[in-house]
Write a protein that binds this ligand. Structure first.
Ligand code: DHB
Ligand code: FE
Length: 283
């Protein structure tokens, strides 16, 4: 049977991708960011997943104001990197596990979560930066060494889904993956965050106290974490902190009790507080 053995949370700051792609990771500004992922790369190599179910948000790359799916599941055979700003990163094309993706679409939709199915989609830094952080440098002619089922969550245009809805979707994804007959080691990623605001009067806002308390809550009291309102995310973590609802999808797919095997928190990377967790499932 397929099993979700771990959940990973990570920020996806695009400048982290640029730092990796242009060889800046040892610079004093960047080194503390990347040092916190050294353990994670070793851990990934030792606990090698067959598939990563990767919850991320698109930043007006694959979608714009003409189509705004709340939850979009990648069902295509592969997804090409693309991006706003700096353009596509020089990283491998992302390959899907299409049979698992189809099974998840079938199971989750009949479980009453109405996903959008993407048979064509490009993926931006929201997806590729966390993969680079966990799997290390990969050139475009390599492969990622893992298959990836992407789920894009709308956190760009209101109304975004609530933390609670994201948590419930995570529970449905868990049921779907648990019922897939092939033996697969699956890791689920919740990406984005932590506190950051990129625009207007409060641009540059960081709230380390809230971020660290959120990590504690997510790990040890998910019932409280799933109740955090949009207003609290906005007030406490800035306009882009809402990306953290995607961590709730990951958490909903894990056991109630998990083991935190790694935590990293660093300010700043670009305009953002970088947060990262590795949580192991017991069952
Ligand atoms: C930054 C962070 C993000 O999450 C993003 O999508 C774009 C930019 C930043 O800190 O610069
Ligand atoms: Fe973002």
């Amino acid at each position: 049977m397929a099993r979700i053995t771990a959940g990973i949370a990570s920020s996806h700051v695009p400048a982290i991708g640029v730092a990796m792609d242009t060889g800046l990771t040892d610079q004093p500004y960047w080194k503390p960011v990347f040092d916190g992922y050294e353990y994670s790369r070793k851990w990934t190599a030792e606990n090698k997943p067959d598939v990563v179910f990767l919850v991320y948000n698109d930043h007006c790359t694959a979608f714009d104001a003409s189509v705004i799916p709340t939850f979009a599941l990648g069902a295509a055979a592969e997804f090409k990197p693309a991006d706003e700003g700096w353009g596509p990163r020089p990283v491998p094309v992302v390959k899907n596990h299409q049979k698992l993706a189809s099974h998840i679409a079938q199971t989750v939709i009949l479980d009453e979560f109405d996903l959008t199915i993407m048979n064509e989609m490009e993926v931006d830094h929201g997806l590729t930066v966390p993969l680079s952080l966990m799997f290390g440098d990969r050139s475009p002619d390599d492969d990622w060494g893992v298959q990836v089922v992407p789920l894009a969550v709308n956190v760009v245009q209101y109304p975004a889904p609530t933390a609670n809805r994201c948590y419930m979707l995570g529970q449905a994804i868990r049921r779907a993956i648990d019922s897939y007959p092939e033996d697969l080691n699956v890791h689920i990623y919740g990406t984005g965050g932590m506190s950051h605001q990129l625009q207007a009067e409060r641009a540059g806002l960081i709230n380390a106290d809230w971020d660290l308390a959120f990590m504690d809550k997510l790990v040890n009291d998910p019932e409280a974490a799933r109740r955090i309102s949009h207003l609290e995310f906005l007030r406490e973590t800035g306009s882009e902190g809402i990306e953290m609802v995607m961590w709730l999808v990951m958490r909903g797919a894990l056991d109630h009790n998990v083991t935190e095997v790694h935590r990293h928190y660093h300010v700043p990377a670009s305009n953002t507080a970088v947060g990262h967790l590795i949580l192991e499932n017991h069952t």
